[in-house]
Write a protein that binds this ligand. Structure first.
Ligand code: MN
Length: 288
């Protein structure tokens, strides 16, 4: 199932070029009171949501996807876990370009570990990206994003895919420079998730997906997740050996070679096999 969030926090099921409004399914979520859970309650209860959505869908109001505003498919991710230099050719590209590495020590991912992006950086495809620090290089990074479905602590790679709720496309927008990654990659709108969540039953092999991003029609990055250094199961094993992954936590798995700069006025088009595609506009943050 392809599940989206759209317009004014509506819940939708995507069918072809249309979305069915199944917001009523949210009534099946347990009531919450302060302090609210720090993980995503919809993803935690995805089974019930799916059942309710399936019952509602045939009679649900239908909109053209082109006419709705797509929000991040995960409303309340507790963590955005990110993988640095997780494609071999991207590692070579980083080491070879001072504008990308900025004299930062670049280590293999097994040595560098993972990093976190602020959850306040997350937006959906229709929100677009608002660039800051326009005197510096701002880059696109397209990545397969993994959404965790249930608490995962010290999970082995063999069991790891059982903990996945689904997949979406992630854009890890990045200001190049000398600061820590989490600082340069966490401005508002610098994590785009979308266009929707594809549940894990529709993607049996996350390690065999073609994906790409183009900017203003020019292809910039094009690869396949089989080129990952640490694949999805290994990333879940690695992350969950340091902290518990919670429902709705997102792992953005790393970007391949071809990172390049974006500027206000640009339009990005990102696509991942078996997930879909999304168009994301770039603007100047000072213009709102
Ligand atoms: Mn990245």
């Amino acid at each position: 199932m392809k599940i989206c969030r759209f317009n004014d926090n509506r819940l939708g099921v995507v069918e072809g070029d249309n979305v069915r409004d199944v917001t009523e399914a949210l009534a099946s979520l347990p009531a919450a009171s302060y302090p609210f859970p720090s993980h995503d309650v919809l993803i935690e209860n995805l089974m019930q949501i799916r059942q309710a959505a399936e019952q509602l869908a045939p009679r649900a109001p239908t909109f053209a996807l082109a006419d709705v505003k797509l929000l991040s498919p995960i409303g309340n991710p507790g963590k955005i876990v990110a993988a640095p230099v997780n494609y071999k050719k991207h590692l070579a590209e980083v080491l070879g370009d001072p504008e990308i590495h900025n004299d930062n020590q670049i280590s293999h991912i097994q040595r560098a570990g993972l990093f976190l992006k602020a959850t306040s950086s997350v937006v959906g495809a229709s929100d677009g990206v608002a660039l800051r620090k326009l005197d510096r290089r701002n880059d696109h990074e397209v990545e397969l994003a993994v959404v965790i479905g249930k608490a995962a602590n010290n999970v082995s790679r063999e069991d790891a895919l059982d903990y996945v709720a689904g997949y979406t496309i992630g854009l890890d927008i990045t200001i190049r420079g000398p600061e820590e990654r989490s600082f340069r990659k966490s401005p508002d709108t610098y994590t785009v998730l979308g266009p929707w969540l594809v549940t894990s039953d529709e993607i049996a092999k996350p390690g065999e997906l073609d994906f790409s991003i183009s900017v203003n029609g020019e292809v910039r990055q094009k690869s396949n997740t089989r080129e990952l250094i640490l694949g999805v199961p290994e990333l879940i094993e690695f992350a969950s050996s340091f902290y518990t992954l919670q429902p709705g936590d997102v792992i953005i798995t790393g970007t391949p070679e071809g990172v390049g700069s974006i500027k206000p006025g640009d339009t990005m088009f990102a696509e991942v096999e078996n997930i879909g595609s999304m168009q994301v506009a770039v603007r100047d943050a000072q213009e709102g």
